[in-house]
Design a protein. Structure first.
Length: 178
């Protein structure tokens, strides 16, 4: 038998805080992507409705164009829905009161003095601090997962809407000039 020691379970809380900081950056990145997609849709829809009189002849070409434009519009709306969903994901998680959760910090501990006492107790107990930090990391990871799923769906429907614009424009050009 070798005389090997068990690895130390002593952990540096900076690792947890760095992980939380990385997760915050991922949250901001997902919201930035959703904002960019939403802005593109805003510009495109603005142009569509601003230039509606010029686009009106497309509707006169037949039911196929109306259906294609309605499908495009539906895809745009679904993409916008997922952009909004990214900004406000619906996550239901059950945790005990946690001094690190912003809402709990404000509402779960009563007066500010009670919160301060609880926060000091948590920081004095390393195991409890790591447990609460782990819960925070878990909660933010779930939020990020939902945000990135929403961004992926927003991008998917944005791409589909773009494909329908290209198809509609191609058919219109072919029907008009050939």
């Amino acid at each position: 038998m070798s005389n090997s020691k068990k690895p130390s379970l002593k952990t540096d809380s900076n690792n947890y805080w760095e992980q939380l900081e990385r997760l915050e950056k991922l949250i901001r990145a997902s919201e930035l992507k959703a904002g960019v997609i939403f802005s593109f849709h805003g510009v495109i829809l603005g142009l569509f409705f601003d230039r509606f009189e010029q686009i009106q002849p497309v509707f006169d070409k037949g039911i196929v164009f109306i259906i294609l434009i309605l499908i495009w519009f539906f895809c745009v709306l679904v993409s916008i829905f997922f952009c909004f969903k990214c900004f406000r994901p619906q996550i239901e998680l059950k945790y005990e009161k946690n001094v690190l959760f912003y809402r709990d910090a404000v509402y779960a501990f009563g007066k500010v003095e009670d919160f301060s006492k609880e926060l000091i107790k948590v920081y004095e107990n390393e195991k409890k601090l790591f447990q609460l930090l782990s819960e925070q990391i878990h909660a933010e990871s779930k939020i990020i997962d939902q945000k990135f799923k929403s961004v992926q769906n927003a991008i998917r429907f944005f791409a589909i809407s773009f494909i329908f614009v290209v198809i509609t424009a191609s058919i219109y050009i072919i029907a008009t000039y050939i």
